[in-house]
Design a protein around this ligand. Sequence first.
Ligand code: GLU
Length: 290
Amino acid sequence: MPPPVFRFAPSPNGYLHLGHAYSALLNFDLAGQAGGRFLLRIEDIDAARCKPEFETAMYEDLAWLGIGWEHPVRRQSEHLADYRAALEDLSAQGLVYPSFESRAEIAGLVAQREAHGRWPRDPDGAPHYPGSARLLSPDERAGLLESDVPYALRLDMAAACARAGNLGWTERGEGPDGETGTVAARPQAWGDVILARKETPTSYHLSVAIDDALQGVTEVVRGQDLFWSTSLHRLLQQLLGLPQPAYRHHGLILDGAGQKLSKSTAATGLRELRAGGTTPAEIRRLVGLP
Ligand code: GLU
């Protein structure tokens, strides 16, 4: 049996905090206990929010915590061709369509729907796509694609689910309502999700599915906030013929007010704690690790 492969996959859009320390250390410890490999992946496709200084700081903070990782590190921004190829595969299967509404137009359509009753929202709380771009004629679509109107490439969820059939995953941790063991995927809960945009040929969901497969990741250990994203990752894996890892979603480290930590809270930032004299051993204790 090849060794299990774990990964920690932060986005360099801010400094790391105690929540990241917990996830990184847990992955690193589990890899060590299992005689497995530990990879670091930099999820930097959001060019507007990701900065080189945050990435440099991440390497410093993780090394300070005592974490070592394999080289080279996969940086998503260097692999856009991989995501483009996957998108072309899904398009060739007839499962992707472009939509052309602006954010304001989408908000207007959602408001119209909600005036007549409930309109579905995805697990992150965002409304499902309310438009009808899937029904544009080939000519209308071609004309808009050639114009300078921005567009989003969406997964035709009904068609994708019909193609993939019922899916599930092995959960070694637990979901927000205690889901564990074999969990049934519910990708429909995401609606016609965006896989890429005109200016960015990928999205978090598409890149994570591709990268976990290309890097041979067998154990995905990450925060419970991503629990229901796994439905979508399983769907993309199935449609693209990729292997499925096992998942372990862990509880989130909350601040004193019971809120999820954000990268901007100084009180729980690793750099601030380090500057204030906290040791790596104390960080482990703070996040409840031995
Ligand atoms: N890049 C994501 C984040 O920082 C994590 C992705 C994952 O672990 O699947 O929240």
